[in-house]
Design a protein around this ligand. Structure first.
Ligand code: ZN
Ligand code: ZN
Length: 545
């Protein structure tokens, strides 16, 4: 829907791992088993950290509030790279790595070796399993070049641990499940949960039985009203705003919303359906039933669809979080009943945050803007043709990165820095443009240190462009004046929740910086298993008992 700008930080978290305090044995003070029987990773798609607090008055005691009250809250948790979109987000929660190593540089990129565009989890060698469209099933983790914490768990138990990834979006299920787990995602065309031949040669009977119950079709009959009276939603602005996008088929972006199967993703019932299916997996795969630790990775995609359309100040986003809180309570209550209190560990985080809708910031006199479609690529094309001669100088333009035609450059004896200078001179003074940087030969002193690290962590030689156009905070590239997006290196996109809860987890909170890459090595310490092979993070020692 939008082209994204993408970025990364590594900060102090990429130091070599320090041994934990000498030889002191890890004392087990609770009455439950020493290792969790089940780890549940919850990723909320497009959750800014502030959503934990802004809507807190409306949250119950058993969902987000229980995690915070009984668990450990890393309040200053950041993405440390400049490509804050869904594929990289999910990959890096589970690998502790960065795009530069993992190869997950965007939701889409241009592959320099094959000379064509690539979707993050596409795999033409596999086929759909389950009653879904052929295209929706051509997916696997083939593009992920490093192991995940879920892979390491499987390796450490000679593949006896069970790992299941579930998400509405394919990439939200596939990347967390790694190369060795099972993954299920939702095919909106058919209304069915599917997997691919990478994982299995037939859909498990329980998954087929779930599809046969036609639950999404039932949810699609619901009319979406706010859970509490709309007048009480004082944490968001008035419902009818000209810069909100409409759900397809609706004239206005206001309550009540009629739901159809095709728009289920952008409503709270996308989350409900995801948890329904995940709990079905919990039950039927018997996750957390024995002493061998299992892993359930759930990603709630619906807040992202709604967030893009309505924006972070909308009544719709408030309601989707108020209702997601009920799903979190349902998850925790079910885990208590099926796995047992103290026998499981949960972490909650997000794959990225989101920008304000530029028109909202402008209305309140703050700097922001929208770079429309080809607004930058046209002048770039013009200047290169004028100064360097005819030819296709830019092979691809995606994720705010320009993939240069190296063959043409070699023939005409033109360098990357020459092109960088020409482009900077042409577009550097345009409103909203911050800087054009050379990713291949990055000069970290040209941008503030915090952002320099985020940019350095991004560049993958085979999958990244040579040049990157950085926009100013509050700006993004898009194709509509309605709605918003994410993908920048700025705090609204990088600062996301990280809350730990359950077996092996201390009670407390910290405002010290933690990074997404610290999640996997913290789990490695909790489970006493090898960290993923591209890990750059450090265990968060305050979290662990
Ligand atoms: Zn996302
Ligand atoms: Zn998104």
């Amino acid at each position: 829907m939008y082209k994204y700008l993408s970025f990364l930080i590594i900060g102090s978290s990429c130091l070599a791992q320090q041994p934990q305090s000498g030889n002191t044995p890890n004392a087990v003070t609770n009455m439950t088993s020493s290792k969790p029987k089940l780890v549940v990773g919850v990723v909320v798609d497009q959750m800014r950290y502030e959503y934990l607090y802004r809507f807190q008055e409306k949250y119950g005691q058993d969902g987000f509030q229980r995690l915070i009250r009984e668990g450990f809250n890393c309040k200053n948790n950041q993405y440390h790279y400049a490509s804050t979109v869904t594929g990289p987000g999910h990959a890096h929660v589970y690998t502790g790595s960065v795009p530069a190593l993992s190869g997950i540089v965007g939701n889409d990129w241009y592959d320099k070796v094959d000379g064509k565009g690539e979707y993050v989890v596409s795999d033409t060698s596999v086929t759909v399993i389950g009653e879904g469209s052929a295209r929706a099933g051509k997916m696997s983790p083939e593009n992920l070049k490093v192991t995940t914490i879920t892979d390491q768990l499987r390796i450490s138990t000679q593949f006896t641990s069970k790992v299941v990834g579930v998400a509405f979006k394919d990439r939200g299920a596939i990347l967390p499940a790694g190369h060795t787990g099972d993954a299920y995602w939702f095919d909106i065309g058919s209304g069915n949960w599917i997997t691919s031949s990478f994982y299995d040669d037939a859909l498990k009977p329980w998954a087929k039985a779930f599809n046969d119950r036609n639950i999404p079709q039932e949810y699609a009959k619901i009319v979406w009203e706010t859970l509490y009276p709309i007048e009480s939603y004082i944490e968001s602005e008035a419902d009818d705003q000209p810069y909100e996008n409409r759900i397809s088929g609706e004239k206005k972006a206001i309550f009540p919303h009629k739901i159809k199967l095709g728009t289920l993703a952008a409503t709270p019932w996308g989350n409900t359906l995801t948890l329904d299916f995940a709990l079905e997996a919990l039950e039927n795969e018997e996750l957390g039933k024995d002493e061998i630790t299992d892993f359930l990775a759930i990603s709630f995609s619906s807040p992202d669809y709604a967030g893009h359309a309505f924006g972070p100040q909308s009544k719709e986003v408030e309601d989707i979080y108020v209702r997601l809180d009920l799903e979190m309570a349902r998850l925790l209550n079910t885990l208590d009943a099926k796995v047992g209190k103290g026998n499981y560990t949960v972490f909650l985080t997000a794959d990225h945050g989101v920008a304000e809708i530029p028109a909202f910031l402008k209305k309140h006199d703050m700097s922001a803007g929208l770079m429309m479609g080809s607004e930058l690529s046209k002048p770039i094309d013009e200047i290169l043709k004028k100064e360097l001669g005819k030819g296709e100088w830019i092979l691809a333009n995606t994720n705010y990165q320009l993939y240069l035609n190296r063959e043409l450059m070699a023939t005409k004896k033109v360098s990357v820095s020459q092109i960088q200078e020409l482009i900077s001179a042409k577009i550097g003074l345009i409103d909203g443009v911050y800087k054009v940087v050379n990713l291949e030969n990055f000069n970290a002193s040209n941008v503030p240190a915090m952002f320099a690290n985020k940019i350095q962590n991004l560049y993958h030689p085979k999958r990244s462009g040579e040049l990157m156009i950085l926009l100013e905070p509050g700006w993004f590239n898009g194709y509509s004046t309605r709605g918003t997006t994410h993908g920048s290196m700025y705090p609204y996109d990088t600062h996301v929740p990280l809350v730990w809860f359950g077996n092996g987890i201390r009670k407390g909170e910290t405002v010290e910086p933690t990074y997404i890459s610290d999640i996997a090595p913290t789990l490695s310490q909790l489970l006493d298993i090898q960290e993923p092979n591209g890990n750059v993070g450090t265990p968060i020692k305050e979290v662990l008992k």
